[in-house]
Design a protein around this ligand. Sequence first.
Ligand code: 13P
Length: 285
Amino acid sequence: MVVNAKKMLEQAKEGKYAVPHFNINNLEWTRYILEECERLKSPVILGVSEGAIQYMGGYKVVADLARNLDEELMIHVPVAIHLDHGSSVESCKKAINAGFTSVMLDASKYSLEENIKMTKEVVSYASNRNITVEAEIGHIGGSEDNISSEIAYAKVDDAIQLYEQTNIDFLAPALGSVHGLYKGEPCLDFAKMQQISEKANIPLVLHGGSGIDDEKLKKAIQSGICKININTELQIEWTKAVRTFLDIDKVSYDPRTVIRSGEKNMKKIIAQKIEILGSKNRIKF
Ligand code: 13P
């Protein structure tokens, strides 16, 4: 059931668990994620980066694909179709008009004033259309869509100002996690996470969820995180399985067979994350 992300994240905050945000890259990934979340009765956020949107053919292709799969597969769990790291107000508006139910404006590279101004503009457009909005403060860093950037920890006061002045639905404060592979141990600032959560009282988002061990993920949830973004681990596990398949099977050439060889591994990771995040069996039907 396609919905915005408001209720699912409020319920996660209340129940002290996190909703998984899995990034999608193609039709098959979308299908595997939906099927596994339905099986485990977990709400889910389908995150789509601008790179993935471009790869798949455009905003409308993605929104229609996710909506049609949701309908054809008869998915009962709540599913949000979410723009991940929208780089401009325009990109967020495009996603909303195409049928996304949730957007993230990532104005973290701008000054706090500019970030607030741009975020306000997206919120005013989105709230009239019942669409949820995520904003970022500090800078998450690492590597995504083949673009690398440095990490900058969020300041508590900046996070609170962004929250108080914009009416966003959820907030991603950069507190040590990175996109892509970690160099060394992730160094998360749980104390700041807790402070921001207490002062802002909205669901917080942890980007760069791949490569963070289970205990740290659970501690993050205890510190106010209600949405955890995972992409890299799914990519690694899917590719590992496909590589093994192609090393052994030298005769198959049907792309459906090749792509499907990664399904089991991907679903295994999805199930493991849902277990750790505590979102399993949260939906009754
Ligand atoms: P990972 O690269 O750690 O999977 O993080 C994905 C993410 O945060 C997308 O916004």
